[in-house]
Design a protein around this ligand. Sequence first.
Ligand code: C2E
Ligand code: MG
Ligand code: MG
Length: 401
Amino acid sequence: MRVLVIDDDPFARSLLARQLSELAIQEVELVDSGEAALSRLARGMPAFDALIVDLNMPGMDGVQFLRHLARQRFRGGLVLVSGEDADILRSVAKLASARRLRVAGTLHKPIALESLGQALGAVPTFAESTVMGDMRRTYDEQDLRKAIATGQLVNFYQPQVRMIDGAVAGVEALVRWQHPDDGLVFPSDFIPLVEQSGLSDELAGAVLAGALRAARQWRGAGLELRVSVNVAMDNLFALDLPEKVVNAAAEAGVPAECVVLEITESQVTRDLDRLLDVATRLRLKRVGLAIDDFGTGYSSLAQLRDVPFDELKLDRSFVHGASSNPQLQAILRATLDMARQLGLRTVAEGVEDREDWDNLRDMACDFAQGYLIARPMPAEAILNWSSDWRAKGHQRLVKPQ
Ligand code: C2E
Ligand code: MG
Ligand code: MG
């Protein structure tokens, strides 16, 4: 195993070097800063299996360093080291995982040999997925334009059901890229590129059109569903968005009130006037507006105050497992209370098990979405799923009145 140690403190470096040799790890390099580590990694071969990173360094600190590593998609293991308290180490580890880095362990200084060995022991288990990670292609703007133009982007649909009676109320359209070589590519691997390339409007247009076509077909078969489509904040700056949505719905023969736009804020709002212009006109035309991933990122009370949302989607990080976590319970209860008082429809995402369902139902959440009910599926599968669900699926969840 090849290990790179990044620590500004010469004493800590030599101590680690000694410990690593006691663990019979021979190939070790030492650098004194994040900058030095990045330039060493940029030289490429030989590649490192693991990095041991001190979080407290002058110049580029450990958190900044991890940001750079994430951008380069470093696939090896990370061992995070700090003299700070355990909470901070835990938060940084969480941040690193959220950025898709692989954290093998967090160690408190002074480092015990045994915990160092344990952390590094977790690294080889990454080997298999490292190969996958390296094989995963990154895409560029050209690929993406072609995908949109040639219809390689397809919608999957995930049902939302009403918690009081299990009625199938709607679906959320979730885009996937049916890639000719790579198979089904998930949004996390291309949505950031969409936004960077200024292709948000094209994507939203394609997803909405697909969702409306599907909705039309389901209606034809007697299933009237609301369809929710994710849009980026950028889309809401196009002043003609309300007209586009309403026209597309009319053309498909689906009432505008059956369309919900889900908004996650990815940047701090630059132009509130414009946003409010578009948002209020959407609502005047009866198009639904949901605040997505509520409780995370930039979604905030200020947005709830300013933008005329009519639906609040609770992020799954507050939903799954809440019944056994008093902190999550408190957040859920307060958020649902607030939503009720503001007259917002509430939808819980990430309902994965019976406990999640019972917990939310007891708190009078309106709708549930998640693996317990159904995974996202192609449009053609919705009708069958819905009759199965009505026949038997929901009986195990809904209390007889
Ligand atoms: P989101 O809007 O919050 O969508 C929910 C995500 O949670 C979906 O992932 C869904 O498959 C997943 N999910 C559903 N139920 C469960 C569950 O019970 N447990 C867990 N762990 N996960 C569950 P997906 O499809 O990978 O989408 C990820 C994100 O990508 C979406 O988050 C949304 O922000 C974005 N996205 C998806 N489609 C579009 C789109 O058409 N346009 C834009 N701009 N963004 C999109
Ligand atoms: Mg969504
Ligand atoms: Mg969400």
